[in-house]
Design a protein around this ligand. Structure first.
Ligand code: HEM
Ligand code: HEM
Length: 289
Protein backbone atom coordinates (compact mmCIF):
# COMPACT_ATOMS: atom_id res chain seq x y z
CA UNK A 1 0.00 0.00 0.00
CA UNK A 2 2.81 2.45 0.93
CA UNK A 3 6.33 2.88 -0.43
CA UNK A 4 8.76 2.48 2.43
CA UNK A 5 12.15 4.09 2.84
CA UNK A 6 14.86 3.95 5.47
CA UNK A 7 14.25 6.67 8.04
CA UNK A 8 17.25 9.04 8.25
CA UNK A 9 16.94 9.48 12.02
CA UNK A 10 15.90 6.07 13.32
CA UNK A 11 17.35 3.74 10.63
CA UNK A 12 13.95 2.02 10.54
CA UNK A 13 12.06 1.25 7.32
CA UNK A 14 8.90 3.37 7.46
CA UNK A 15 6.02 4.18 5.10
CA UNK A 16 6.98 7.37 3.19
CA UNK A 17 4.47 7.67 0.35
CA UNK A 18 1.28 6.06 -0.93
CA UNK A 19 2.46 3.66 -3.65
CA UNK A 20 1.26 4.57 -7.13
CA UNK A 21 -0.07 1.02 -7.58
CA UNK A 22 -2.24 1.52 -4.45
CA UNK A 23 -3.39 4.89 -5.84
CA UNK A 24 -4.28 3.26 -9.19
CA UNK A 25 -6.03 0.35 -7.43
CA UNK A 26 -8.15 2.87 -5.45
CA UNK A 27 -9.01 4.75 -8.65
CA UNK A 28 -10.18 1.57 -10.41
CA UNK A 29 -12.98 1.39 -7.79
CA UNK A 30 -14.73 3.97 -9.95
CA UNK A 31 -14.78 1.47 -12.85
CA UNK A 32 -16.36 -1.07 -10.49
CA UNK A 33 -18.95 1.52 -9.42
CA UNK A 34 -19.76 2.42 -13.05
CA UNK A 35 -20.01 -1.28 -13.98
CA UNK A 36 -22.46 -2.05 -11.15
CA UNK A 37 -24.50 1.04 -11.98
CA UNK A 38 -24.68 0.13 -15.70
CA UNK A 39 -25.58 -3.48 -14.87
CA UNK A 40 -28.47 -2.45 -12.62
CA UNK A 41 -29.76 0.11 -15.13
CA UNK A 42 -29.47 -2.50 -17.90
CA UNK A 43 -31.83 -4.83 -16.03
CA UNK A 44 -34.40 -2.15 -15.20
CA UNK A 45 -34.55 1.64 -15.18
CA UNK A 46 -35.92 3.19 -11.96
CA UNK A 47 -39.44 4.57 -11.72
CA UNK A 48 -39.54 7.84 -9.81
CA UNK A 49 -42.69 7.83 -7.73
CA UNK A 50 -44.50 9.84 -5.09
CA UNK A 51 -44.10 13.55 -4.62
CA UNK A 52 -46.16 16.39 -5.97
CA UNK A 53 -45.88 18.03 -9.41
CA UNK A 54 -44.80 21.66 -9.57
CA UNK A 55 -47.66 23.90 -8.51
CA UNK A 56 -46.46 26.92 -10.51
CA UNK A 57 -47.23 26.69 -14.20
CA UNK A 58 -44.12 28.33 -15.59
CA UNK A 59 -42.02 26.97 -18.47
CA UNK A 60 -38.70 27.04 -16.58
CA UNK A 61 -37.37 27.12 -13.05
CA UNK A 62 -34.01 28.54 -11.99
CA UNK A 63 -31.90 25.69 -10.55
CA UNK A 64 -28.47 27.38 -10.40
CA UNK A 65 -27.73 31.06 -10.03
CA UNK A 66 -24.87 32.42 -12.14
CA UNK A 67 -22.52 32.51 -9.11
CA UNK A 68 -23.10 28.80 -8.38
CA UNK A 69 -22.32 27.86 -12.00
CA UNK A 70 -19.21 30.05 -12.08
CA UNK A 71 -18.02 28.46 -8.84
CA UNK A 72 -18.69 24.94 -10.11
CA UNK A 73 -16.75 25.32 -13.37
CA UNK A 74 -14.05 27.54 -11.83
CA UNK A 75 -13.51 24.95 -9.10
CA UNK A 76 -13.13 22.29 -11.80
CA UNK A 77 -10.31 24.27 -13.44
CA UNK A 78 -8.44 24.79 -10.11
CA UNK A 79 -8.81 21.10 -9.34
CA UNK A 80 -7.50 20.09 -12.77
CA UNK A 81 -4.39 22.19 -12.13
CA UNK A 82 -4.05 20.65 -8.66
CA UNK A 83 -4.35 17.11 -10.06
CA UNK A 84 -1.82 17.65 -12.89
CA UNK A 85 0.76 19.38 -10.67
CA UNK A 86 0.02 16.83 -7.90
CA UNK A 87 0.86 13.94 -10.27
CA UNK A 88 4.08 15.73 -11.30
CA UNK A 89 5.09 15.97 -7.62
CA UNK A 90 3.90 12.45 -6.75
CA UNK A 91 5.87 10.77 -9.58
CA UNK A 92 8.90 13.04 -10.17
CA UNK A 93 9.93 13.59 -13.80
CA UNK A 94 6.67 12.03 -15.02
CA UNK A 95 5.57 15.28 -16.75
CA UNK A 96 7.59 17.84 -18.73
CA UNK A 97 8.51 21.01 -16.86
CA UNK A 98 6.07 23.91 -17.44
CA UNK A 99 8.90 26.47 -17.17
CA UNK A 100 8.32 27.17 -13.47
CA UNK A 101 8.53 24.54 -10.73
CA UNK A 102 5.57 22.15 -10.41
CA UNK A 103 5.62 22.96 -6.69
CA UNK A 104 4.83 26.60 -7.48
CA UNK A 105 1.99 25.56 -9.85
CA UNK A 106 0.61 23.32 -7.09
CA UNK A 107 0.84 26.07 -4.45
CA UNK A 108 -0.85 28.67 -6.67
CA UNK A 109 -3.69 26.34 -7.69
CA UNK A 110 -4.16 25.32 -4.01
CA UNK A 111 -4.37 29.03 -3.12
CA UNK A 112 -7.04 29.58 -5.80
CA UNK A 113 -8.95 26.49 -4.64
CA UNK A 114 -8.94 27.70 -1.00
CA UNK A 115 -9.92 31.24 -2.01
CA UNK A 116 -12.81 29.84 -4.11
CA UNK A 117 -13.89 27.61 -1.25
CA UNK A 118 -14.02 30.51 1.24
CA UNK A 119 -16.10 32.52 -1.24
CA UNK A 120 -18.35 29.47 -1.75
CA UNK A 121 -18.95 29.01 1.99
CA UNK A 122 -19.74 32.72 2.46
CA UNK A 123 -22.12 32.66 -0.54
CA UNK A 124 -23.74 29.40 0.63
CA UNK A 125 -24.46 30.79 4.10
CA UNK A 126 -25.53 34.21 2.87
CA UNK A 127 -27.47 33.48 -0.32
CA UNK A 128 -28.69 29.89 -0.37
CA UNK A 129 -30.97 27.70 1.72
CA UNK A 130 -28.40 25.61 3.63
CA UNK A 131 -31.06 23.02 4.39
CA UNK A 132 -31.20 22.02 0.72
CA UNK A 133 -27.69 20.50 1.00
CA UNK A 134 -27.99 19.22 4.58
CA UNK A 135 -29.44 15.83 5.58
CA UNK A 136 -33.11 15.59 6.56
CA UNK A 137 -34.78 12.63 8.23
CA UNK A 138 -36.40 11.74 4.89
CA UNK A 139 -32.92 11.10 3.40
CA UNK A 140 -32.56 7.92 5.46
CA UNK A 141 -35.84 6.62 4.01
CA UNK A 142 -34.60 7.56 0.52
CA UNK A 143 -31.27 5.84 1.14
CA UNK A 144 -33.13 2.62 1.95
CA UNK A 145 -35.13 2.95 -1.30
CA UNK A 146 -31.86 3.31 -3.26
CA UNK A 147 -30.44 0.26 -1.44
CA UNK A 148 -33.54 -1.78 -2.38
CA UNK A 149 -33.27 -0.61 -6.00
CA UNK A 150 -29.57 -1.49 -6.32
CA UNK A 151 -30.16 -4.85 -4.59
CA UNK A 152 -32.66 -5.57 -7.39
CA UNK A 153 -35.59 -5.76 -4.95
CA UNK A 154 -37.56 -2.78 -6.30
CA UNK A 155 -37.87 -0.44 -9.29
CA UNK A 156 -39.11 2.54 -7.36
CA UNK A 157 -37.06 5.54 -6.33
CA UNK A 158 -38.36 8.61 -4.47
CA UNK A 159 -38.53 12.04 -6.06
CA UNK A 160 -35.98 14.38 -4.52
CA UNK A 161 -35.74 17.90 -3.17
CA UNK A 162 -33.06 20.18 -4.67
CA UNK A 163 -30.46 17.45 -3.93
CA UNK A 164 -30.97 13.74 -3.45
CA UNK A 165 -29.27 11.74 -0.70
CA UNK A 166 -26.31 10.73 -2.95
CA UNK A 167 -25.60 14.34 -3.85
CA UNK A 168 -25.55 15.17 -0.14
CA UNK A 169 -23.21 12.24 0.61
CA UNK A 170 -20.95 13.35 -2.26
CA UNK A 171 -20.88 16.95 -1.05
CA UNK A 172 -20.16 15.86 2.55
CA UNK A 173 -17.26 13.70 1.36
CA UNK A 174 -15.89 16.74 -0.53
CA UNK A 175 -16.01 18.77 2.71
CA UNK A 176 -14.16 16.06 4.67
CA UNK A 177 -11.53 15.38 1.98
CA UNK A 178 -10.93 19.10 1.29
CA UNK A 179 -10.43 19.68 5.01
CA UNK A 180 -7.86 16.85 5.21
CA UNK A 181 -6.06 17.95 2.01
CA UNK A 182 -5.96 21.63 3.03
CA UNK A 183 -4.88 21.01 6.66
CA UNK A 184 -2.02 18.69 5.66
CA UNK A 185 -1.20 20.86 2.62
CA UNK A 186 -0.64 23.88 4.90
CA UNK A 187 1.99 21.94 6.92
CA UNK A 188 3.68 20.77 3.72
CA UNK A 189 3.66 24.31 2.29
CA UNK A 190 5.10 25.95 5.44
CA UNK A 191 7.83 23.33 5.57
CA UNK A 192 8.61 23.39 1.82
CA UNK A 193 8.97 27.19 1.84
CA UNK A 194 11.06 26.97 5.06
CA UNK A 195 8.62 29.30 6.80
CA UNK A 196 8.73 26.95 9.76
CA UNK A 197 10.10 23.50 10.43
CA UNK A 198 7.96 20.71 11.85
CA UNK A 199 9.39 17.50 13.27
CA UNK A 200 10.27 14.67 10.93
CA UNK A 201 7.54 12.17 12.08
CA UNK A 202 4.90 14.94 11.84
CA UNK A 203 5.87 15.69 8.23
CA UNK A 204 5.87 12.02 7.29
CA UNK A 205 2.28 11.67 8.52
CA UNK A 206 1.20 14.88 6.79
CA UNK A 207 2.57 13.55 3.50
CA UNK A 208 0.86 10.16 3.88
CA UNK A 209 -2.50 11.71 4.80
CA UNK A 210 -2.18 14.26 1.96
CA UNK A 211 -1.52 11.44 -0.56
CA UNK A 212 -4.55 9.44 0.65
CA UNK A 213 -6.90 12.46 0.81
CA UNK A 214 -5.86 13.59 -2.71
CA UNK A 215 -6.38 10.11 -4.18
CA UNK A 216 -9.81 9.70 -2.55
CA UNK A 217 -10.72 13.23 -3.68
CA UNK A 218 -9.92 12.26 -7.27
CA UNK A 219 -11.88 9.03 -6.84
CA UNK A 220 -15.10 10.75 -5.75
CA UNK A 221 -14.75 13.39 -8.49
CA UNK A 222 -14.33 10.68 -11.15
CA UNK A 223 -17.47 9.01 -9.76
CA UNK A 224 -19.28 12.36 -10.02
CA UNK A 225 -18.04 12.75 -13.59
CA UNK A 226 -19.39 9.33 -14.57
CA UNK A 227 -22.84 10.04 -13.07
CA UNK A 228 -23.06 13.55 -14.51
CA UNK A 229 -22.01 12.61 -18.06
CA UNK A 230 -24.48 9.68 -18.22
CA UNK A 231 -27.16 10.30 -20.84
CA UNK A 232 -30.07 9.98 -18.42
CA UNK A 233 -28.64 12.98 -16.53
CA UNK A 234 -28.21 15.28 -19.53
CA UNK A 235 -31.02 17.64 -18.43
CA UNK A 236 -28.98 18.25 -15.25
CA UNK A 237 -25.79 18.75 -17.25
CA UNK A 238 -27.64 21.37 -19.31
CA UNK A 239 -28.89 22.98 -16.10
CA UNK A 240 -25.30 23.45 -14.88
CA UNK A 241 -24.68 25.45 -18.07
CA UNK A 242 -27.97 27.32 -18.56
CA UNK A 243 -29.00 27.49 -14.88
CA UNK A 244 -32.54 26.29 -15.62
CA UNK A 245 -34.77 23.20 -15.60
CA UNK A 246 -37.98 22.89 -17.63
CA UNK A 247 -41.28 22.17 -15.93
CA UNK A 248 -41.26 18.58 -17.29
CA UNK A 249 -37.66 18.02 -16.16
CA UNK A 250 -38.63 19.19 -12.69
CA UNK A 251 -41.64 16.87 -12.48
CA UNK A 252 -39.67 13.86 -13.71
CA UNK A 253 -37.43 13.64 -10.62
CA UNK A 254 -38.28 16.38 -8.12
CA UNK A 255 -40.99 16.71 -5.49
CA UNK A 256 -42.60 20.14 -5.13
CA UNK A 257 -43.19 19.50 -1.43
CA UNK A 258 -39.41 19.22 -0.92
CA UNK A 259 -38.13 21.91 -3.24
CA UNK A 260 -39.82 25.05 -4.56
CA UNK A 261 -37.39 26.84 -6.89
CA UNK A 262 -38.19 30.29 -8.32
CA UNK A 263 -39.55 30.72 -11.85
CA UNK A 264 -36.74 31.56 -14.25
CA UNK A 265 -38.52 34.68 -15.52
CA UNK A 266 -39.27 36.07 -12.03
CA UNK A 267 -37.66 39.43 -11.12
CA UNK A 268 -34.07 39.10 -9.84
CA UNK A 269 -34.81 40.05 -6.21
CA UNK A 270 -37.75 37.67 -6.04
CA UNK A 271 -35.54 34.82 -7.29
CA UNK A 272 -32.89 35.61 -4.68
CA UNK A 273 -35.47 35.62 -1.90
CA UNK A 274 -36.95 32.32 -3.04
CA UNK A 275 -33.50 30.63 -3.26
CA UNK A 276 -33.01 31.52 0.41
CA UNK A 277 -36.08 29.48 1.42
CA UNK A 278 -36.49 27.01 -1.44
CA UNK A 279 -36.08 23.89 0.74
CA UNK A 280 -38.08 25.09 3.74
CA UNK A 281 -41.17 23.18 2.71
CA UNK A 282 -39.58 19.84 3.63
CA UNK A 283 -39.64 20.85 7.30
CA UNK A 284 -43.26 21.92 7.24
CA UNK A 285 -42.43 25.65 7.10
CA UNK A 286 -44.66 28.05 5.19
CA UNK A 287 -44.64 27.24 1.51
CA UNK A 288 -44.44 29.88 -1.15
CA UNK A 289 -45.94 27.99 -4.07
C1 HEM B 1 -18.40 23.94 5.16
C2 HEM B 1 -18.21 23.90 3.88
C3 HEM B 1 -19.29 23.98 2.84
C4 HEM B 1 -20.58 24.49 2.91
C5 HEM B 1 -21.29 25.15 4.09
C6 HEM B 1 -21.18 24.29 1.61
C7 HEM B 1 -22.49 24.59 1.29
C8 HEM B 1 -23.10 24.34 0.09
C9 HEM B 1 -24.50 24.51 -0.20
C10 HEM B 1 -25.55 25.01 0.78
C11 HEM B 1 -24.70 24.18 -1.51
C12 HEM B 1 -26.02 24.24 -2.27
C13 HEM B 1 -26.18 25.60 -2.86
C14 HEM B 1 -27.44 25.66 -3.68
O1 HEM B 1 -28.52 25.36 -3.16
O2 HEM B 1 -27.35 26.01 -4.86
C15 HEM B 1 -23.42 23.79 -2.06
C16 HEM B 1 -23.20 23.44 -3.38
C17 HEM B 1 -21.96 23.15 -3.90
N1 HEM B 1 -20.80 22.94 -3.19
FE1 HEM B 1 -20.54 23.32 -1.22
N2 HEM B 1 -20.25 23.73 0.77
C18 HEM B 1 -19.10 23.51 1.48
C19 HEM B 1 -17.94 22.93 1.01
C20 HEM B 1 -17.72 22.55 -0.31
C21 HEM B 1 -16.50 21.96 -0.82
C22 HEM B 1 -15.31 21.57 0.06
C23 HEM B 1 -16.64 21.84 -2.17
C24 HEM B 1 -15.70 21.31 -3.21
C25 HEM B 1 -14.47 21.04 -3.01
C26 HEM B 1 -17.97 22.31 -2.50
C27 HEM B 1 -18.47 22.36 -3.79
C28 HEM B 1 -19.78 22.69 -4.08
C29 HEM B 1 -20.29 22.78 -5.44
C30 HEM B 1 -19.46 22.62 -6.73
C31 HEM B 1 -21.65 23.05 -5.32
C32 HEM B 1 -22.65 23.25 -6.48
C33 HEM B 1 -22.53 24.65 -7.03
C34 HEM B 1 -22.96 25.71 -6.01
O3 HEM B 1 -24.07 25.65 -5.50
O4 HEM B 1 -22.12 26.59 -5.73
N3 HEM B 1 -18.60 22.74 -1.35
N4 HEM B 1 -22.47 23.89 -1.06
C1 HEM C 1 -16.05 17.79 -16.08
C2 HEM C 1 -16.31 17.71 -14.81
C3 HEM C 1 -17.65 17.92 -14.18
C4 HEM C 1 -18.92 17.79 -14.72
C5 HEM C 1 -19.30 17.41 -16.13
C6 HEM C 1 -19.86 18.11 -13.66
C7 HEM C 1 -21.23 18.16 -13.81
C8 HEM C 1 -22.12 18.55 -12.84
C9 HEM C 1 -23.53 18.75 -13.04
C10 HEM C 1 -24.26 18.55 -14.37
C11 HEM C 1 -24.09 19.11 -11.86
C12 HEM C 1 -25.56 19.46 -11.61
C13 HEM C 1 -26.31 18.32 -11.00
C14 HEM C 1 -27.73 18.69 -10.70
O1 HEM C 1 -28.24 19.66 -11.25
O2 HEM C 1 -28.34 17.98 -9.90
C15 HEM C 1 -23.02 19.14 -10.89
C16 HEM C 1 -23.20 19.42 -9.55
C17 HEM C 1 -22.19 19.41 -8.62
N1 HEM C 1 -20.83 19.28 -8.89
FE1 HEM C 1 -20.00 18.86 -10.69
N2 HEM C 1 -19.16 18.39 -12.51
C18 HEM C 1 -17.81 18.31 -12.77
C19 HEM C 1 -16.77 18.54 -11.89
C20 HEM C 1 -16.94 18.83 -10.54
C21 HEM C 1 -15.85 19.07 -9.59
C22 HEM C 1 -14.38 19.07 -9.96
C23 HEM C 1 -16.44 19.29 -8.36
C24 HEM C 1 -15.82 19.59 -7.03
C25 HEM C 1 -14.82 19.06 -6.52
C26 HEM C 1 -17.87 19.18 -8.53
C27 HEM C 1 -18.78 19.30 -7.52
C28 HEM C 1 -20.15 19.34 -7.68
C29 HEM C 1 -21.10 19.46 -6.58
C30 HEM C 1 -20.76 19.48 -5.09
C31 HEM C 1 -22.38 19.52 -7.18
C32 HEM C 1 -23.73 19.61 -6.46
C33 HEM C 1 -24.11 18.25 -5.96
C34 HEM C 1 -24.27 17.21 -7.07
O3 HEM C 1 -24.96 17.47 -8.05
O4 HEM C 1 -23.70 16.12 -6.93
N3 HEM C 1 -18.14 18.92 -9.86
N4 HEM C 1 -21.84 18.79 -11.52
Amino acid sequence: MFRTGEDWFTDKWLAQQLSWTAALALLTLVVLFAGLHLLRRGVGAPRYTGGEPAARSVPRFERWELGARLYHWGNLSFLLLLVVSGIALFIPASLPSPGVSWLLVHEISAGLFIFGLIAHIVAAVWLSDLRSMWFARSDWRDFKSFARYYAGASHELPKAGKFDVWQKIYHTSLILLSTAAIATGVSLFLNAEVLTSFGHPWMRWQRLIHDCAATLFLLVILGHLYVRLAKLNWPKLRSMLSGTLTHAEFDAVHDWRRWQPPADDAPHLEKKAQHKREASVDRGATSHG
